[in-house]
Design a protein around this ligand. Structure first.
Ligand SMILES: Nc1nc2c(ncn2[C@@H]2O[C@H](COP(=O)(O)OP(=O)(O)OP(=O)(O)O)[C@@H](O)[C@H]2O)c(=O)[nH]1
Ligand SMILES: [K+]
Ligand SMILES: [Mg+2]
Length: 438
C-alpha cells in the first residue's frame, strides 16, 4: 500500500530543548533531499542544515534520520527530524514540509499505517495507545506486553485453529456428498468445543485487564465522624476533603487519584451513613450507598472509641477492607463481623503503612497484575464472547453446512478483534483514541 506523505510533531508541543518531527509516506525521501540536500545512510543519525525548499533560508541545524521502508515504524519510507525546540523553528520547518507537499497527520495515523502495512495487529496498536496513557508501573507493563503482541499471538493462534476446523468441516461436507463415511465432523465438533472452552476461560478473568487499564473504583464508607475524610487525606497526602468535629461534614463525594501498588485507583470519600432529616445530607448518604454498591473495593471505617454502627456493619462482607480508626484513643476491637480490622490512626499516622499494603494487595487482586496477558477492553470481551458463542453453535448445528457457517461467523468475530477481517468499522474506533504524532 502507498499513501501520501504525512508529518507530525511526535514530542510535546510546549517549549523544550528538542522537538521531534516525524515524517512518513512515499515522498519522505524526496522531501529529505529537498530540505537537507541528500539522504543520510539508513537509520544513522546525521547532523544536517535544514533549508526552506523555495526561499533557501536556513531553518535549523537538526539531527536527521532516514528509515527506508519496510524497516520503519509505519512500514513505509519514513524520517525523523530532531529540531531545536523553539516554536519558530517548528513553524518554519512545518511550513517547509507543507511547501514540499506533505500534510499534517491525523490522530493515530502513523500507527494506523503500521497496522495497514501489517506491522502489527489491532490489539498491539491498542497496546501502544495504552502505553502512551500509562500512569502506573503495572499499567505500563500490561500495555507493553500487549504492544509487543502478547494478545495478538494468542488470538492469531486461535484464528489459525479455527481456519483449520473450517477447512476440515468443508472437507467433511464434500466427502459426505461422495457418500464416504468419515470421522472429520466429530473431530471438528470436539475441536470447536475445546476452543470455545479456552476462549471462555480467557474471558473468565473478572475484568482484571480492563480494570487495570481504566483504574479501580474504591469507596470509603462509615458512620459520621468515623474519620473517613481524615483517612482519605492521609492516604492522598493532601487536604482534599474537609475535616471537622461536626458529624455530617461530608456531603458530596470527594475523589482522589492514588497509585496503589501500581494499580491506579479512584478513591472516594463519602457522607457518613445515618438517618437524617437534613435533605442535603440525606442525598449525600444516598450517594455514599450507591458508591459502595458500585465500587470495586469498599473500605469500611469504624471509630475504635465507638461501638460499630449498624449501617456500616451491613456493608461488611468478604472482600471489604475493614478499618478501625482513632486507635490513638482506644485499641482496635479484635474483630468486626468476623473480620480483623486494620488498626490505624488518621491523626498520628500509625497503621497507615499497613493499610496501604492491604489496599495495594486488594487492588492487585482485582486488577490484572498477573504475568498472563489478559484482555483489556470491552471491545475484546464482546468479540471473544461472540466467537465462543458461535463455536457453541457448531455442536448443535443440525446440518453440516450450518456448522461450517457457525465456524465462519466465529472466525469473523476473531478477525474483528485482531483487525484482519471486516475491519473498516472498527478502525476509526481504535485509532480515534490516539494522539497526533503516533
Ligand atoms: N483522635 C482522633 N481523632 C480523629 C482521627 N481521625 C479523625 N479524627 C477526628 O474526628 C473528627 C471527624 O473527622 P472526619 O475526618 O471529618 O470524619 P468523617 O468520617 O469524614 O465525618 P463525616 O464527613 O461528618 O461523616 C475530626 O475532629 C477529626 O479530627 C484519629 O485517628 N484520632
Ligand atoms: K466530620
Ligand atoms: Mg467526612
Amino acid at each position: 500500500m502507498t499513501f501520501d506523505t504525512i508529518f507530525a510533531l511526535a514530542s510535546g508541543a510546549g517549549r523544550a530543548a528538542v522537538s521531534l518531527l516525524r515524517l512518513s509516506g512515499q515522498g519522505s525521501g524526496a522531501i529529505l533531499v529537498k530540505l537537507t540536500g541528500g539522504l543520510p545512510a539508513p537509520r544513522m543519525a546525521r547532523l544536517r542544515r535544514l533549508r526552506h525548499p523555495t526561499t533557501g533560508e536556513v531553518l535549523d541545524e537538526a539531527l536527521v534520520l532516514w528509515f527506508p521502508g519496510p524497516h520503519s515504524y509505519t512500514g513505509e519510507d519514513a524520517a525523523e527530524l530532531h529540531l531545536h525546540g523553539g516554536r519558530a523553528v517548528r513553524e518554519g520547518v512545518t511550513e517547509a514540509l507543507l511547501a514540499c507537499g506533505a500534510r499534517p497527520a491525523e490522530a493515530g495515523e502513523f500507527t494506523r499505517r503500521a497496522f495497514l502495512n501489517g506491522r502489527m495487529d489491532l490489539t498491539a496498536a491498542e497496546g501502544i495507545a495504552d502505553l502512551i496513557e500509562a500512569e502506573t508501573a503495572a499499567q505500563r507493563r500490561q500495555a507493553l506486553r500487549q504492544a509487543n503482541g502478547a494478545l495478538a499471538a494468542r488470538y492469531a493462534a486461535w484464528c489459525e485453529r479455527l481456519t483449520r476446523l473450517l477447512a476440515h468441516q468443508e472437507a467433511a461436507i464434500e466427502f459426505a456428498e461422495d457418500g464416504l463415511p468419515n470421522s472429520l465432523e466429530a473431530e471438528v465438533r470436539a475441536g470447536a468445543a475445546a476452543l470455545a472452552a479456552e476462549i471462555r476461560a480467557h474471558l473468565d478473568d473478572n475484568g482484571r485487564g480492563e480494570r487495570l487499564r481504566e483504574g479501580l473504583w474504591a469507596a470509603i464508607v462509615g458512620a459520621p465522624n468515623a474519620g473517613k475524610s481524615s483517612l482519605l487525606n492521609a492516604l492522598a497526602g493532601r487536604e482534599a476533603a474537609i475535616v471537622s468535629a461536626r458529624a455530617g461534614t461530608t456531603r458530596d463525594v470527594v475523589e482522589v487519584r492514588l497509585d496503589l501498588g501500581g494499580v491506579p485507583v479512584w478513591l472516594a470519600d463519602t457522607a457518613g451513613l445515618r438517618e437524617t432529616a437534613d435533605e442535603v445530607e440525606a442525598e449525600g448518604v444516598r450517594r455514599a450507598k450507591r458508591r459502595a454498591e458500585e465500587a470495586d473495593l469498599v473500605i469500611a471505617v469504624f471509630a475504635a472509641d465507638q461501638p460499630p454502627d449498624a449501617a456500616t456493619l451491613a456493608l461488611v462482607e468478604p472482600g471489604v477492607v475493614v478499618v478501625a480508626n482513632k486507635t490513638d484513643l482506644m485499641p482496635a476491637p479484635r474483630q468486626i463481623r468476623g473480620v480483623a480490622p486494620v488498626a490505624v490512626s488518621a491523626r498520628d499516622g500509625s497503621g497507615l503503612e499497613q493499610l496501604q499494603g492491604v489496599l495495594a494487595e486488594a487492588a492487585g487482586m482485582r486488577a490484572g497484575l498477573s504475568e498472563e496477558a489478559g484482555l483489556t477492553r470491552p471491545r475484546h470481551r464482546a468479540a471473544l464472547g461472540e466467537a465462543a458463542a458461535w463455536l457453541g453453535e457448531v455442536e448443535q448445528a443440525p446440518l453440516p453446512e450450518l456448522a461450517a457457517e457457525a465456524l465462519r461467523a466465529s472466525l469473523r468475530a476473531l478477525g474483528r478483534l485482531t483487525g484482519r477481517v471486516g475491519v473498516e468499522a472498527v478502525l476509526d474506533v481504535v485509532f480515534g483514541d490516539f494522539c497526533i504524532g503516533k
